[in-house]
Structure formats: structure tokens, C-alpha cells
Write a protein that binds this ligand. Structure first.
Ligand SMILES: [Zn+2]
Length: 141
């Protein structure tokens, strides 16, 4: 699996209600640990809202990093190729994929360059947009 630039080796799970703290290899693992901590140590109150958003925020960050890495190669790609960088399906696939794609385009990282057959098993064979890193991204990498 390709390593993402800036990917942290460890993620800290820190409770905002007590001094509980632990280190984990991924944000997903840290999020899981915090939920487990709340389930055992703070049964009197619900987990904070930001904890519930953590998986989506983390997916968005990973997906954007992977798109940037794909753009930097200069080769045409489809968004599902982010899976090569270990990015899994998003929490809300129908809206999260288009959202992160549009964001990368607005950031000036990628440009539409044609259509390709989808590589995703769920929509096998259907045409999906193909993208390419912009000159600015390729030059900076
Ligand atoms: Zn706590």
C-alpha cells in the first residue's frame, strides 16, 4: 500500500472529560478507542458530537491526500483509484465521493480529461469521469 505524505504514524485519543489518553496507529482506531472509553468510563453522558463526526472528517482528509497523490503522478485516473492509497468507501458514498472530487477540482488540483470504465465492483463497467493532475500540482510535486 502506498504511503501518504503527511500521514501520521500515530493518532492520539484524548478524552475531553477526564485525563484518559492513548495512542493508536490510525485515526479510526483512536476514534474506536474513545467511543469504547466513553462506553465504560462515562456511561452517564453521551459521547461528544465531534466524536461521531470523526470518521467522516478522517475519510475526507485521507481521500483528499490520495487525490493529490494521484494528481501528482500526471497519469489519468478515476476517483476510485484512491483505494490504492488505502482509502476505503466513505461514510456516505453517494454524496461523499462527488463532494471530495468537486473540492479537489475547486482547489485546482485536478481537471476533467475524459471517461473510463469504473473499477468499482458495485458499478462495474459503467462510465465514470477520468481526471488528471493540473500543471500546478504536477510542477509542485
Ligand atoms: Zn474520559
Amino acid at each position: 500500500m502506498a504511503r501518504l505524505r503527511g500521514e501520521p504514524v500515530t493518532a492520539r485519543a484524548r478524552c475531553s472529560s477526564c485525563d484518559y489518553e492513548s495512542m493508536h496507529p490510525t485515526y479510526a482506531a483512536a476514534s474506536t478507542a474513545l467511543f469504547a472509553h466513553y462506553d465504560t468510563a462515562h456511561t452517564d453522558r453521551p459521547a461528544p458530537a465531534e466524536l461521531h463526526q470523526l470518521p467522516a472528517v478522517e475519510w475526507h482528509r485521507q481521500a483528499l491526500q490520495a487525490i493529490h497523490a494521484l494528481a501528482a503522478t500526471g497519469e489519468p485516473f478515476v476517483i476510485a483509484d484512491v483505494q490504492k492509497y488505502g482509502v476505503t468507501d466513505p461514510p456516505q458514498p453517494r454524496t461523499d465521493w462527488p463532494k471530495v472530487t468537486a473540492e479537489a477540482e475547486q482547489l485546482g488540483w485536478i481537471e476533467h480529461c475524459g471517461y473510463a470504465k469504473s473499477t468499482r465492483p458495485t458499478v462495474r463497467g459503467s462510465a465514470v469521469r477520468q481526471w488528471r493532475g493540473t500543471f500546478a500540482v504536477r510542477r509542485a510535486s
